[in-house]
Design a protein around this ligand. Structure first.
Ligand code: URA
Length: 412
């Protein structure tokens, strides 16, 4: 295989053969194809797209790069949900233990922050000691014991996506339907699922800006699922304003814990229940009871303990990750909140340090936003629109300027 030729052919819009894609992914995973060639290939795909056959072949090649879960005979339904990425989206942290309480197995393999969207793994790592890199044996044992494991791709499990995801994050090649499809579906297929629900986001804070694009992404993932005999359902959800009232890793975990305790913001709870019902096949009222009676919270604590964290730390994450500066942004006048632009808030969060500029960057768990107002809420002059958690005064000023653009209060 001559990689430069392959890149040129893709750049010119040619359809590549399954064997070629498989060799490319194999070479990349083994370190024989360098990042710069893979980045050029990703950009060619970004502009030229892929046929359904190519997308399926890329997914299969990425799936074949590593190991897969193999569940014991007679296992309960193995299910998962995956979001295409949003701002303030901490749904997975609540949904995974909740659905396990409903009797399903949830071997959740998630990603890190990508572009302006946050990632479940970065959020989980805000819990001191929490290990997201598990071997398949350990993950399987935990799944059998607790019904849920929350982990990332490793050098052996979905290694192709682990490398490619990090590369796409910093090369402007995230928002591509075939690349998102292959990334998500290769991880989900490696979980050997019976059922998958996809939360496909569209709007200012999503990779897909319009409902139409989100529908096309959903169709692409459903098609790959059908080929691989996994029942895939997709819900299309707007991502115009952040989910809940927090954005930033530790701040989002704190809010997810509120939801696991039966509280938290209404939009977060509703989204969790809607997606959990779709994938677990259990009525929302029953699932709500498992949040309200503490069962889901206890299951999450068991996961934290099993994966190296301490449940006792969950009660004081705010102190463990306290940003040096916390500044309130106040409403300049009375009115109704018309916009909380998730795109601007997401960008501001990344610039505060909650996301990455380079693949090797470490995220800052403490920074971000909390107490965010929601669209439609009435505010009075001087009321808090949000709080900025920042590492430095310069960062704080820059974030404040972005918040001014993001939050619009209409007089009325
Ligand atoms: N989530 C993923 O796992 N991969 C993508 O490419 C986008 C969102």
């Amino acid at each position: 295989m001559h990689v430069p030729t392959l890149i040129v052919r893709k750049r010119e819009g040619e359809e590549l053969a399954a064997a070629e894609l498989s060799q490319l992914i194999e070479g990349y995973t083994r370190g024989e194809v360098p990042d710069y060639q893979m980045a050029a290939f990703a950009m060619a795909v970004f502009f030229r797209g892929m046929s359904p056959a190519e997308t399926a072949a890329l997914t299969r090649a990425m799936l074949a790069s590593g190991e897969r879960f193999s569940h014991r005979p007679g296992h309960p339904p193995v299910v998962d949900k995956h979001s295409t990425g949003g701002i303030g989206d901490k749904v997975s942290l609540v949904l995974a233990p909740l659905v396990a309480c409903a009797g399903c197995w949830v071997p959740m393999v998630s990603g890190r922050g990508l572009g302006i969207t946050g990632g479940t793994l970065d959020k989980l790592e805000a819990i001191p000691g929490f290990r997201v890199q598990l071997g398949l044996d350990e993950a399987t044992a935990q799944l059998e014991r607790l019904g849920v494991v929350m982990m990332g791709a490793t050098a052996r499990f979905c290694p192709a996506d682990r490398k490619f995801y990090a590369l796409r994050d910093v090369t402007g090649t995230v928002a591509s339907i075939p690349l998102i499809t292959a990334s998500i579906m290769s991880k989900k297929l490696a979980e050997s699922l019976d059922r998958l629900v996809l939360d496909v986001k569209f709007g200012a804070g999503a990779f897909m800006q319009t409902r139409q694009q989100a529908a096309a992404l959903a169709a692409s993932m459903i098609e790959v699922g059908r080929e691989m005999q996994v029942e895939v359902r997709a819900l299309l959800n707007p991502m115009d304003e952040p989910t809940g009232r927090t954005v930033g890793n530790a701040l989002e975990v704190i809010e997810a814990l509120e939801c696991l305790d039966g509280g938290g913001p209404t939009d977060l709870r509703m989204l969790v229940l809607e997606l959990a019902e779709a994938v677990a096949g259990v009525p929302q009222a029953e699932l709500a009871g498992m949040l309200d009676d503490g069962s889901a919270r206890r299951r999450f604590e068991a996961v934290v303990a099993a994966q190296g964290g301490q449940a006792a730390d969950l009660g004081h994450l705010g102190e463990l990750h306290r940003a040096p500066l916390v500044r309130e942004v106040l409403a300049a006048h009375d009115g109704v909140v018309a916009t909380v632009d998730a795109g601007w808030i997401g960008q501001a969060a990344v610039q505060l340090g909650a996301g990455r500029a380079q693949a090797s960057d470490r995220v800052d768990f403490a920074v971000g936003f909390d107490r965010l107002v929601k669209c439609g809420e009435r505010v009075s002059r001087g009321e808090v629109l949000c709080r900025i958690h920042a590492r430095s005064a310069v960062d704080c000023e820059a974030a404040a300027a972005q918040v001014e653009r993001a939050i619009a209060v209409e007089i009325g």
